[in-house]
Design a protein around this ligand. Structure first.
Ligand SMILES: [Zn+2]
Ligand SMILES: [Zn+2]
Length: 73
């Protein structure tokens, strides 16, 4: 489980984003490389750690919860 940043992620680095959140744009956060990636896989192409796809911020999280709740009504 020794996941390290090998620098490969720089190729997939998300430099900019549109919309309200990075995650809205399909960007994912790698907790090991500590950058946002534009990557379709579940795991980081660089360190193979599972990427974070949900926002940490309170406001963003609340919005996602509201969206999920809406499905049930
Ligand atoms: Zn990396
Ligand atoms: Zn990574």
């Amino acid at each position: 489980m020794a996941n390290m940043c090998k620098g490969i992620c720089n190729k997939f680095k998300a430099t900019d984003y549109e919309g309200r959140h990075r995650y809205d744009n399909g960007q994912k956060m790698c907790p090991v490389c500590e950058i946002f990636l534009v990557w379709n896989g579940i795991r980081c192409p660089c360190c193979t750690v599972i990427l974070r796809i949900t926002p940490r911020g309170n406001k963003a999280r609340k919005e996602i919860h509201e969206k999920r709740n809406a499905i049930w009504y």
